[in-house]
Ligand binder design. Structure first.
Ligand SMILES: [Zn+2]
Length: 453
């Protein structure tokens, strides 16, 4: 048995009482485990008092000596009690259970050769089948849709279209409000992106969450988190007890909603198809629903019904026997001309489609072969248009660099280019200006001429 003297308490102890340290000569640290713990804590407290923080008293960890078997037994007990697999949310800062990170420490970290890498893997080690998140999420989505139409009035749903580039889960036109269903108030890039799109359209945003995390979600203006408890309270006041029960016990009943949700979507689409028929006095074509914010997108329809005609049959409408619009050169040319005037630039190939133009890019391609030929056919100068739209794009990117300069009062350095600072990439700079110096000279000239005006 080897012994070693601790440099702090000066006691001689067994080598086992020292933590490992590969870089030292005997492979162990110079302070014993207890002193090490004490010194670490003291340093943290000193640092905290320097920064004006107060550290909470030390709490010994309840599960520091728990064995692998005991941990798995806790999962089994949870399953037997609640009849469902626990999620990481259940084991997050909950005094009744070990933290889910304890599980990761035992089964995943420090064990590079193990096949266990996720929470679901840990669950299957305990012999518990994990939640099917796909079904679980869509069941929650369904319940939010039903609750929102009860509590908020007329709703448009994601499968209804609502613009070309933006499909929130639920949109309420009367309140100009967007509702997104989420399993919890976690903050992620996707949520921020949805929020930005909604606020760009001037809408307020609500995230309806099933669970509440210990960490607060995004803190942004015009964003509100609504939790399941609040929804249940409002619904029970109105007497929707079945719905309240379903939300409360979603973990148990989520499998029951698969078909209900599908039928709900189908009913909604059938309602919209009939609405179109009544309003326009004819059966809709797929092209009527391309980028049409008031109606479901044709892809949503074919996804649910298999084909567009199946949806028409389900809505008790007659099928269109001839779907193609006869080609009319004048309409095609006029549309293109109007689009160019509207955009003030060369349209992108993919922008040639309803509702921008009557005919799709396919038709334009069939008759003229390329966008260049189309532009020449309506008597415009293609090269001139192309160059001016390139200039337009370059200038808009230069504006972002000038914005940076006014904000920080200096030019960005090479490493600062890229999306993280909302600047064009350095690759783009080299492509358009050759070198960084050329760009700076160009910008300085530009700013000079602007200030002279
Ligand atoms: Zn010591």
């Amino acid at each position: 048995m080897d012994y070693k003297q601790c440099r702090h308490c000066k006691e001689t102890k067994e080598l086992q009482q020292f933590n490992l340290n590969k870089s030292s000569r005997d492979g162990h640290q110079k302070y014993c485990k207890e002193c090490n713990k004490y010194l670490n804590r003291r340093n943290k407290e000193r640092k905290a008092s320097k920064e004006g923080r107060v550290m909470l008293p030390y709490k010994s960890k309840k599960y520091s000596t728990v064995s692998d078997e005991e941990l798995l037994q806790i999962i089994k007990d949870f399953f037997n009690e609640f009849k469902r697999a626990p999620t990481t949310c259940d084991f997050d800062n909950n005094d009744k259970y070990p933290h889910f990170k304890t599980y990761y420490r035992h089964f995943v970290y420090y064990k590079p050769d193990t096949l266990v890498s996720s929470w679901n893997d840990i669950l299957s080690l305990a012999g518990v089948s994990p939640l099917d998140y796909r079904d679980f999420w869509s069941a929650w989505q369904y319940l939010v849709e039903i609750s929102a139409s009860i509590l908020e009035g007329d709703c448009l749903f994601q499968y209804c279209g609502f613009g070309l580039d933006f499909k929130p889960d639920i949109y309420i036109p009367l309140k100009h409000k967007v509702i997104d269903a989420a399993t919890s108030n976690y903050a992620c890039k996707h949520k921020v992106k949805q929020y930005k799109k909604a606020t760009a359209k001037g809408a307020s945003v609500e995230y309806w969450c099933l669970n509440k995390n210990n960490r607060p979600g995004l803190n942004l203006p015009n964003l509100k988190y609504v939790f399941a408890d609040e929804i249940i309270l409002k619904l029970s006041e109105l007497g929707y007890h079945k719905l309240c029960y379903d939300i409360k016990n979603l973990h148990l009943v989520y499998k029951d909603f698969n078909d209900t949700y599908k039928d709900h979507k189908k009913d909604y689409i059938i309602k919209k198809l009939k609405e179109f028929h009544l309003k326009n006095g004819r059966v809709p074509f797929t092209r009527d629903f391309l980028g049409n914010p008031d109606y479901p997108s044709s892809s949503a329809i074919t996804h649910l019904f298999g084909t567009f005609n199946n949806a028409l049959i389900a809505s008790e409408l007659t099928i269109n026997t001839f779907a193609n619009l006869p080609f009319d050169e004048k309409i095609a040319k006029d549309d293109l001309m109007n689009l160019i005037n509207k955009l003030g630039r060369l349209p992108k190939w993919r922008e040639l489609r309803p509702p921008n133009t009557t005919f799709t890019q396919k038709v334009y391609y069939k008759y003229w072969g390329s966008i260049e030929n189309c532009i020449t056919a309506i008597g415009l100068d293609y090269t001139h248009l192309k160059n001016s739209s390139i200039d337009l794009r370059v200038n808009s990117r230069l504006d972002s660099i000038i914005e940076f300069k006014t904000l920080y009062n200096r030019m960005p350095v090479i490493s600062e280019f890229g999306a993280k600072n909302a600047l064009p990439s350095y690759h783009w700079v080299c492509n358009n200006f050759g070198t960084y110096e050329n760009l700076i000279i160009h910008l300085e000239n530009l700013i000079d001429t602007n200030s002279n005006i």
